[in-house]
Design a protein around this ligand. Structure first.
Ligand code: 5GP
Length: 190
């Protein structure tokens, strides 16, 4: 998606050879007009898939998921919470996710009330790197017996293995900007 790629070129900061900082427009300060364009694009890509719910993970995915939900007829947005395992009760679906940026393993949880077998779920997240976050969210959908329509990712770092791993499982992943390679001061999209 050209406007997202252009924005990453203009305002993205490569903090290392594998970490891109986009906190001026995506995951700290948020450009809502850009989110609306992204939501329109995911709605076009998943038109006809009868999405009934959007699932994301706190905190960075929440803003873009809410704006995208408007383009899907204001379907509910559920976000997985990051939790210490001792707080998890039987009312929750849970999965373990290793954080790409911090390295620590978190339990992610969603109340069983908010993911149901009849749901057709689109997962939305800001980044796809090794695929741990997305795999954890997919596991929550599977535990609920809901239908996974696919995933909408803002930025996929295609030089990392997550996208290939998840697509190999038959999951549809639509990434709006796919980075082929990056280094300090240079970025190439697929
Ligand atoms: P994965 O689980 O696919 O390895 O990583 C995805 C998660 O890690 C995303 O939810 C995002 O929060 C974070 N992440 C991965 N790569 C980057 C990056 O280059 N920049 C930022 N800001 N976050 C990232």
């Amino acid at each position: 998606m050209k406007i997202l790629e252009d924005r990453i070129r203009r305002d993205g900061v490569m903090v290392s050879e594998d970490i891109l900082k986009v906190d001026s427009f995506l995951n700290h300060q948020m450009d809502v007009a850009l989110f609306a364009e992204m939501g329109r694009e995911w709605a076009r890509l998943y038109a006809g898939d009868r999405v009934t719910k959007i699932l994301t993970i706190e905190a960075s995915g929440i803003g873009m998921a809410c704006v995208a939900a408007e383009q899907f007829g204001c379907v509910p947005v559920v976000f997985a919470k990051k939790s210490k395992s001792r707080n998890v009760t039987g009312d929750m679906y849970t999965a373990k996710v290793e954080s790409f940026t911090h390295g620590q393993v978190n339990d992610i949880i969603v109340s069983k009330k908010y993911l149901q077998p009849g749901d057709r779920v689109l997962i939305i997240d800001d980044f796809l790197a090794n695929g741990a976050a997305l795999q954890g969210l997919i596991s929550l959908v599977e535990q609920a017996g809901a239908t996974l329509v696919g995933a909408g990712i803002a930025v996929e770092k295609a030089f990392q293995p997550g996208g290939e791993r998840i697509r190999a499982k038959g999951v549809r992943v639509e990434s709006l900007a796919k980075i082929k390679s990056m280094g300090v001061g240079s970025i190439e999209f697929c």
